[in-house]
Design a protein around this ligand. Structure first.
Ligand SMILES: Nc1nc2c(ncn2[C@@H]2O[C@H](COP(=O)(O)OP(=O)(O)OP(=O)(O)O)[C@@H](O)[C@H]2O)c(=O)[nH]1
Ligand SMILES: [Mg+2]
Length: 330
């Protein structure tokens, strides 16, 4: 029997997909249940949503218990334009990379299991800040709390090194993640199942490239990965700063966000503190980001940047591009 779901259901589903916290997810799922017609055709979906809600309640309890102990920092509240989680075997250079990306001075060391808790830094990238999360050490099995961090991330960076065997390291991480229902994907993969395995956008870094003996070695590793996974691979040396700008640029690209600057009529644009929107968002999405009233009262907008000519008048559904300037008329 077809489910015949109303448009409000799809709005709530969108809200669920965009939810950043457990509370927001539960709220959206409850909304999906509330607006869904109750008949045989929706039985299965209703059961799936209920199961998801109770799983999230369990997670919520887990975090609340965790918060009580001083050393527990396992749920990182998202801040900035996106949350990037660094995953990699112990000693691969995760903390050194966080330091290089965020200009911090967290402890690194040439022995295993240096980092015991998750640590956070903010990376500056052209007017925006991206949150970088360093995870504690693991070797073969990934701790369930690290998996929680991975599930909640907007983007994963898998750190490999040529020190041992980059491919083997990748296989270990990949198998561990998929065993726990996290499938890593490259950009452009839009496959999405609401309650299927979590598909996480990921990129690879081959850290410690300074340890390679020659450039052939790097091309060999690159080719090897190209043939087995569709993930971008960025060579870096977190210790010496090689590849860090390229990695920053790629992190921004893979987050699939756009920066939109605003201006008031007759005034110059504010060229810092842009609105952070998702790729594909429209003028009305930008207005909503500012205020619900803005969205409601919006008549039209003028756009500089992606429009055919500067200051072109556009309608609500005009798709904005990165670095556009928008002037709202209400
Ligand atoms: N040669 C070289 N050494 C690096 C590089 N990045 C990190 N290291 C060194 O590798 C060692 C481990 O670095 P960490 O950043 O502590 O590694 P980690 O992945 O955070 O390790 P755990 O916290 O134990 O999981 C340190 O001695 C770093 O100085 C790099 O790009 N090149
Ligand atoms: Mg560390």
């Amino acid at each position: 029997m077809p489910a015949n779901l109303p448009p409000q259901y799809f709005d709530a589903e969108k809200e669920y997909r965009n939810a950043r916290t457990i509370e927001e997810k539960i709220h959206a799922l409850k909304k999906m249940l509330a607006v869904m017609p109750k008949h045989k055709g929706t039985d299965k979906l209703q059961a799936e949503i209920r199961a998801k809600i109770s799983k999230l309640h369990e997670e919520q309890e887990h975090h609340q218990k965790g918060k009580k102990s001083a050393s527990s920092q396992w749920f990182i509240k998202k801040e900035g334009a996106g949350q990037v989680v660094l995953l990699g075997p112990t000693n691969s250079g995760k903390t050194t990379l966080l330091n290089a990306l965020c200009n911090t001075h967290l402890e690194t060391a040439d022995y295993q299991f240096t980092t015991q808790i998750s640590q956070v830094g903010m990376m500056d990238y052209e007017d925006i800040k991206v949150q970088i999360v360093d995870t504690p050490a693991f070797r073969e099995e990934i701790d369930y709390r690290i998996l929680e961090l991975a599930r909640n991330a907007d983007l994963l960076v898998l750190l490999l090194t040529p020190e041992y065997n980059a491919l083997q390291e990748f296989n270990i991480i990949n198998e561990e993640l998929s065993k726990h229902n996290i499938i890593v994907t490259g950009s452009g993969n839009r496959e999405y199942e609401l309650f299927g395995p979590v598909r996480k956008r990921a990129i690879l870094t081959l850290n410690k490239v300074d340890m390679l003996h020659n450039t052939n070695e790097l091309s060999e590793i690159r080719d090897y990965f190209k043939n087995i996974v569709s993930l971008t691979l960025i060579p870096t040396s977190a210790l010496y700063g090689t590849g860090i700008s390229e990695l920053k640029r790629n992190l921004f690209q893979e987050l699939e966000i756009i920066r939109v600057y605003t201006k008031e009529p007759g005034k110059p644009p504010v060229m810092h503190d842009p609105l952070i929107l998702k790729k594909g968002n429209t003028v009305v999405d930008a207005a909503r980001e500012i205020h619900k009233d803005f969205e409601r009262n919006l008549k039209y907008a003028k756009v500089w940047g992606s429009a055919k000519f500067e200051g072109q008048r556009v309608e609500h559904d005009y798709k904005l591009q990165d670095k556009d300037i928008v002037e709202f008329h209400i």
